[in-house]
Design a protein around this ligand. Structure first.
Ligand SMILES: Nc1ncnc2c1ncn2[C@@H]1O[C@H](COP(=O)(O)OP(=O)(O)OP(=O)(O)O)[C@@H](O)[C@H]1O
Ligand SMILES: [Mg+2]
Length: 284
């Protein structure tokens, strides 16, 4: 679980609050997406959930954040990270710098957790395979492409089996196939009851893979609800969040009277097909 309670935050150098009155509870087992324009505070919210705020970045806050049962500000970061995994927006910043190979990079966190050698090997091999990066195991993380680094950063976090996972644009440098790997891996994690906060711009994937969606604008949560409702909200474009192709096409069809009046605008392909099928049925 991640619980923000009337949380306000400013960086040490900020002249105005960056997060305002955040009051959001993400229950255990929920996959919650977070969207918003650039500078809205999405990464800042991710840092606060994972303990970089206040422990590593300082600043001033009021209210509280509780993650995986611990009040983050009152818990040493070394303890927070045993339960909460954070994948940073820029994977290059995630690489420990102390390790020579991808395999060692994945072993790093597990060594700190005190995981026994045989289990460590099997977890690492399993994770490399799941994200299809086994061929990179003996390479230096620094030699990899941005997309490959992104998969390695995710693997290094997932291999620790966190109870709470915070992902900051984990597919930004990946091609569609790489992105699919990430979303599929997330989907498979559902059974383990993990709680996920996912910052992501890919609206169609959010519609498909999340249970809930938050829209952050200017440091405040403007919308919070099921993705099919949030993504059909007409204010998204003016906030700089965009819309899915399906919503876009249906909205234009609606303007031409070609979308069933009572039907909400679609955010997925099946919902778009259902609406247009109904519309054609009515016409014919
Ligand atoms: N370390 C920092 N110190 C001071 N200000 C910061 C720091 N990091 C971010 N900010 C500021 O806080 C605000 C929110 O930034 P943040 O990176 O959280 O936004 P974001 O929604 O993640 O944007 P993007 O989509 O570009 O990643 C911005 O005004 C940014 O300039
Ligand atoms: Mg960001």
């Amino acid at each position: 679980m991640i619980e923000f309670s009337q949380f306000n935050y400013a960086y040490p150098t900020s002249t105005a609050p960056v997060l305002r009155d955040i009051a959001v509870t993400i229950p255990e087992g929920q996959v919650c997406g977070l969207v918003g324009p650039s500078g809205a505070g999405k990464s800042t919210l991710a840092y606060a959930a994972a303990g970089l705020i206040p422990h590593a970045l300082g600043g001033e806050f009021t209210g509280s954040v509780t993650t995986a049962g611990r009040v983050v500000a009152d818990t040493p970061l070394a303890e927070v990270v045993t339960e909460v995994g954070l994948v940073l927006q820029n994977p290059f910043n995630q690489i420990s710098g102390a390790k020579y190979t991808v395999r060692e990079e994945l072993a790093f966190g597990l060594e700190n957790l005190g995981v026994a050698r045989p289990e460590m090997v099997s977890r690492i091999d399993g994770m490399l395979e799941r994200l299809q990066i086994t061929h990179l195991a003996d390479r230096s993380p620094y030699e990899l492409s941005g997309g490959q680094q992104q998969l390695v950063a995710l693997a290094a976090v997932l291999v620790m089996q966190p109870r709470v996972l915070v992902l900051d644009e984990p597919t930004s440098q990946l091609d569609p196939a790489g992105s699919r790997l990430v979303f599929t891996a997330l989907d498979e994690l559902r059974d383990s009851g993990i709680t996920v906060l996912l910052v992501e711009h890919k609206l169609e994937q959010l519609a498909e893979y999340t249970d809930r969606l938050l829209v952050l604008v200017g440091g405040s949560v403007q919308l919070d609800g099921p993705p099919e409702e949030v993504l059909a909200d007409p204010r998204l474009p003016e906030w700089g969040v965009g819309t899915t192709r399906f919503t876009d096409v249906a909205r234009r069809a609606a303007e031409l009277g070609r979308w069933p009046t009572e039907r909400p605008l679609p955010v997925t392909l099946p919902a778009a097909v259902a609406g247009f099928t109904e519309s054609l049925g009515d016409a014919g």
